[in-house]
Design a protein around this ligand. Sequence first.
Ligand SMILES: NC(=O)C1=CN([C@@H]2O[C@H](COP(=O)(O)OP(=O)(O)OC[C@H]3O[C@@H](n4cnc5c(N)ncnc54)[C@H](OP(=O)(O)O)[C@@H]3O)[C@@H](O)[C@H]2O)C=CC1
Ligand SMILES: Cc1cn([C@H]2C[C@H](O)[C@@H](COP(=O)(O)OP(=O)(O)O[C@H]3O[C@@H](C)C(=O)[C@@H](O)[C@H]3O)O2)c(=O)[nH]c1=O
Length: 290
Amino acid sequence: MAKILVTGANGQLGKEFQVLATTAPGHQFLFANRAILDITQAAAVSRLFKEQALDYCINCAAYTAVDKAESEPALAKAINEDAARNLAEACAAHAVRLIHFSSDYVYHNGLSRPLREDDPTEPKGVYAQTKLAGDEAVLSAHDATMVLRTSWVYSSFGHNFVKTMLRLGKEKDELRVVDDQIGSPTYARSLADACLRLIATDQLGGLPRELWHGVYHYSNEGQCSWHGLASKALQLASVPCTVRPIPTAGYPTPARRPPYSVLDKSRFREAFRFPIPHWEDDLKRMLALL
Ligand SMILES: NC(=O)C1=CN([C@@H]2O[C@H](COP(=O)(O)OP(=O)(O)OC[C@H]3O[C@@H](n4cnc5c(N)ncnc54)[C@H](OP(=O)(O)O)[C@@H]3O)[C@@H](O)[C@H]2O)C=CC1
Ligand SMILES: Cc1cn([C@H]2C[C@H](O)[C@@H](COP(=O)(O)OP(=O)(O)O[C@H]3O[C@@H](C)C(=O)[C@@H](O)[C@H]3O)O2)c(=O)[nH]c1=O
């Protein structure tokens, strides 16, 4: 039986792990929200790793407020880079395999075909810069670290774009949403499920050690704009609101977002061979839970 620590357990991804844990009796989970384990507190992290004989750590803790990060760069760095490094060092000291998450926003590189893990990263905002620095830190601190880079994550839990659109769509007759930023929505439940499958395969001895070090892309299949995602969510939820497509310049934000950040998932597919749902199917699955 594997013992798995999930940090940031009250975020949208962390909550999905909590749901899936009820149907994964083969593992023992330790769910740590910020009150139980603040990952910026090195002594607390060290103590927990000494007390618990962990096999895996899934780091769902992060600073994810993309615009707010522009005015809180030190806090974003402390959580996304420094604390991530510290967690990876604790994993290395106790031979714990680490799954860490990263963002499509690290690629702001002008390319407009699905992005591979070795494509240039050119993060433009504080959130993206601190996520990239975190990826580099965890990979150099610990050789059994997988960084799963994902995009446009939503869930029935927590805050996300899909839930914001549903709320605003019920309040207003018309929404204006950018149509020139293209990416792949990702249902947090499918991402969490992929991680648990990966661990299950590892437990059966099915993952060579070398697969545990590096960056992998995971998102739902397919792509759309934020306008496309908002329109589909409102249509599926039968919310009668007009969604107008606008250019990025029509919705100014403190942080710049990449115009194109669709992830090429070939590496993930070839390494793990798990089915990846299409974003529209997963969106229906999530909306049915609201
Ligand atoms: N959301 C998205 O669209 C995307 C997310 N990702 C990445 O996926 C991962 C999970 O994201 P997601 O679940 O959406 O994020 P959420 O913002 O929903 O959850 C993050 C969680 O981390 C917790 N947290 C923040 N600081 C600390 C800390 N110092 N110690 C412990 N916990 C802390 C937060 O706690 P509290 O609730 O108290 O603030 C929150 O519960 C992150 O690495 C993120 O960068 C990647 C691409 C897209
Ligand atoms: C609310 C709203 C947003 N937008 C635009 C702003 C922005 O360009 C885009 C997305 O909006 P949000 O700010 O909600 O999403 P954002 O916080 O940028 O989402 C990102 O979060 C981080 C954590 C990630 O890692 C990314 O993958 C991505 O999911 O939609 C509109 O055009 N109209 C609107 O009414």
